[in-house]
Every structure is written in C-alpha cells, then in structure tokens.
Design a protein around this ligand. Structure first.
Ligand code: IMP
Length: 432
C-alpha cells in the first residue's frame, strides 16, 4: 500500500498548524503516534466550530476508532494527561485500547517544572547565559534526567517498590540543587510518592508496548502517522541551539522516539505556515516588530496555545524552509494559514541572508551566526480576496497561486495541501 507510514513534522519554529493537518490526515490512518516533546506543545483543532487544544494527546484522538500512541520519546506530564483524557470523554475507561502510552516514556515530575522555572529565572539574571523563554512545562529538566539515566518512566509509577527507589534517589539529588543552589524548600518525598502512585493507578490501563502496537498495525496494512511537535528549527540538534527545545523534532526523531526503522517510512510531510512565527527567545531573521508583524499576529491569532504568549511574527523564510527540506528529507509540504495573508498591502519572502557582507541561501544552525543574518527579500503582488471558501487550487486568486508556486519551486518540494481557514473543511488538497 502506498504511503502506509508517514511522518509529519514542523518545518519552522513550531505552531505551523500541525494539529489541524494531522486531524485532516487522521481520517485516512489507523494509528497516530506522538514521538517527542511533551505538554510544551499546543495543537489546536477546530471541528464543527468547536475548538480543541491538545498538549499531550495526539490530535488523532478526535477521530473515533483511531488508535493513538504516546511513544517512548515523549515526556509525559501525568496531570496534563489525566485532564486531557477526562476532558475527552466523561468515562476515560471507554477510550480503552484507543490510547496506548509507551511504558518507556519519561514522567515529568513537579520538580522538573520547578527546576525549569528556576533555571529560566537564573538565566534572566545572569550576565553569561541568556534566557530561552521555555514554556515552563519541565521539558528540559525531564530530558536531562532521562539522559542522566535517573528518570522515572511511565511503567515505574504503578510499581510502588520501583517508584520508591527511583524517587528517593531523585528527591535526594533535587533537594541538594533546590536547597543549596537556589535556596528553596526541600521536596517532600511522601507527598510526591502518593501523588505518583495515584497517577500510576489512572494511567495503568493505558500503558502498553508501543513498538508492538505500531509494528502490528503496519503488518496488518493500517496506515500509521507520526505526529511531530514543535518544529525543525527548535530541534535540539538541528535548531537554533541553545534557543531550542530538548527533543528531536525532526523526522529522524520518529525512529527513536516512536520506534521504527528508517526503511519503513514512506513519506515525510513538512508543515509550514505561509509566514513565520516564533515564541520564546532566539534569532528570527524575518521577524517584523512593526505594523506587518502586528497584522499577522492579529489576523492569524498568533498567541501561544500553551502559554498564551504573543508570537513573534514575520515574513516567510525560504532559507529556513529549504534547510527543513534537507534535514527532514521532506517529500511534501502542507502550507497552512494562506488566508491570513489576504488583504496585506505588501507581500515579501526571504530568499537569502546577508551575513557579514556575504550573501548565502544556506541556513546556519548556529544562533550566534543567525543572529547576524539580514534577510534578503523578494516582493510579491498581494491579493485582497477572502480565500477561505476556496476548495480547489484553481479557485485561488492568481497572486496567491503565484505565491504558492514560488514556494514550491524555490524549495523543490511540492505543496500537497493548503490551509485556507481554521476548520477541518477549510483545506485545499492539491495532490495529496
Ligand atoms: P521548552 O520546550 O518549554 O523547553 O521551550 C524551549 C523553546 O521552545 C522555547 O523557545 C519555547 O517557546 C519553544 N517551544 C516549545 N514548545 C513549543 C511549541 O509547541 N510551539 C512553539 N514553540 C515551542
């Protein structure tokens, strides 16, 4: 079967509208897998006028009958998990086998969130380290524990003996940091232990073997979609380090975080907004701090789904997009929010950077170099028509079609889907 296994990744700095593309694709797939990140993500999906925001659960949960998997690469905040499961259905048991959480996914503990906040504050006050502008969801500290091999995994919290041993070691270590480094109160072991056991009781029915789930789905001919969170330019290796998140957001992350060998993927789709946004700190060459940025933010509703922070906005960056094509091996682009560009007085696209007097169209993934990049723009004719009712590529105004074609030609990747509004139906399928 064609395109049995697909990966869908963010091609910019996150918030590209992946949730709504997954939601559209979920109709065609049997299993949706999240493979990295945690409740720092905010996937917004609008179905029949109702807005759903998921931070942790794969957005495929909105389609009855789809199996959703939280892979081992995810860092799972149990409180968020419980609230999203309860919010989906009055009786979580009825979700039954539709939701599978890998026992190897790491648990975000309350001390991870605390350490995240303390470290961000320390960076703000520091003369040598810049704040990252994290979401405060404990993501970095949880991944630190994972790679330091002291993390607590989803399968551990329903085993009182194992949990006690692991938690005791962590509480001792974190108390040293909290008390000696930050002058905070120590953690209470008993309180954390009871809380974690309670989470474990709720989560136990959902814990499973995600590798088996995915493998048997593929063997039985079901389509599987890997749903990325954040975006390529926030990837811990390939993003604008250190202004990145702590996981592998690129397509390669599906292999480790979702457990599938590279040879089994049939197609990689990159989701890109028709312009650019970024939340948090870090370089953003096309950022517009003036009127255009404000118009994009207002028209696009560019406020963080997780933190409510206003997103920084600017023109589409083809240099970054070409980089995303390369590091993910994109086969197709899904272009979202094209409707937001309707009615602008001018329309620009960054096609190269000037860095230290030299022109380049290669994205430097060093924050220090990118910080010095001056965007080189090409100007396009804007369009004034409302395009939200368009359902075929041919119905788009000429200037909008030219804009889309230019993106395709300059990135070398075809655009298979165009989002022209927030709803599930506001989609143009070009050649999907
Ligand atoms: P963290 O993932 O909370 O550690 O935050 C690290 C950086 O990634 C910050 O700049 C965040 O604003 C950014 N970030 C994390 N998750 C998302 C997301 O889902 N969309 C956009 N930016 C994000």
């Amino acid at each position: 079967m064609k395109n049995v296994v697909q990966a869908l990744v963010g091609a910019q700095w996150g918030d590209e509208g992946k949730g709504r593309v997954v939601d559209v694709l979920a109709k065609e797939v049997g299993v949706v897998v999240r493979y990295q990140g945690g409740a720092n993500a905010g996937h917004t999906v609008i179905v029949e006028g109702k807005k759903h925001v998921f931070h942790l659960l794969p957005s495929g949960m909105l389609y009855p009958g789809r199996v959703c998997v939280i892979g081992n690469g995810v860092v799972l905040d149990p409180e968020q998990f419980i609230s999203e499961v309860k919010g989906l259905d009055p009786s979580p048991e009825s979700i039954g086998t539709r939701l599978v959480v890998s026992g190897s996914a790491h648990i975000v503990m309350p001390y991870h969130k605390k350490l995240d906040a303390l470290s961000e504050n320390a960076r703000k006050d520091s003369s040598s380290a810049a704040a990252i502008g994290t979401t405060g969801r404990g993501i970095g500290p949880c991944y630190v524990d994972k790679y330091n091999r002291i993390g607590i995994r989803a399968e551990d919290i329903s085993d009182p003996d194992l949990l006690a041993a692991k938690l005791r070691m962590n509480v001792e270590e974190k108390n040293t940091i909290l008390v000696k480094l930050y002058g905070e109160k120590p953690l209470d072991f008993d309180e954390l232990f009871e809380k974690a056991l309670e989470w474990g009781r709720f989560m136990k029915p959902y814990i499973g073997d995600s590798t088996m789930e995915i493998d048997s789905a593929i063997r039985s001919g079901k389509r599987v979609l890997f749903e990325g969170a954040q975006g390529t330019l926030l990837d811990v290796d390939h993003g604008t380090y250190p202004f990145v998140t702590s996981s592998s957001c690129v397509a390669g992350g599906c292999g480790t975080g979702g457990t599938l060998g590279p040879g089994r993927f049939d197609r990689v789709i990159g989701v890109a907004k028709a312009y650019c946004t970024r939340v948090g700190e870090g370089p953003f060459p096309t950022e517009d701090k003036g009127e255009t940025g404000r118009r994009l933010r207002d028209a696009g509703g560019e406020f963080g789904a997780t933190t409510g922070r206003p997103r920084r906005c600017g023109w589409l960056d083809i240099v970054g997009l070409k980089y995303a094509v390369r590091v993910n091996g994109l086969d197709m682009t899904a272009l979202t929010k094209l409707d937001v560009l309707s009615g602008l007085d001018e329309l620009k696209v960054c096609t190269a950077y000037e860095i230290g007097g030299r022109r380049t169209d290669n994205f430097p993934n060093s924050a220090a170099i990118l910080d010095r990049a001056e965007p080189v723009y090409e100007t396009f004719k804007p369009w004034s028509e409302d395009i939200s009712a368009c359902r075929n590529f041919g119905e788009l105004p000429r200037n909008a079609r030219d804009y889309v074609r230019f993106i395709e030609e300059s990135t070398g990747v075809r655009i298979g889907l165009i989002g022209v509004g927030p709803g599930r139906e506001d989609t143009i399928f070009v050649d999907f």
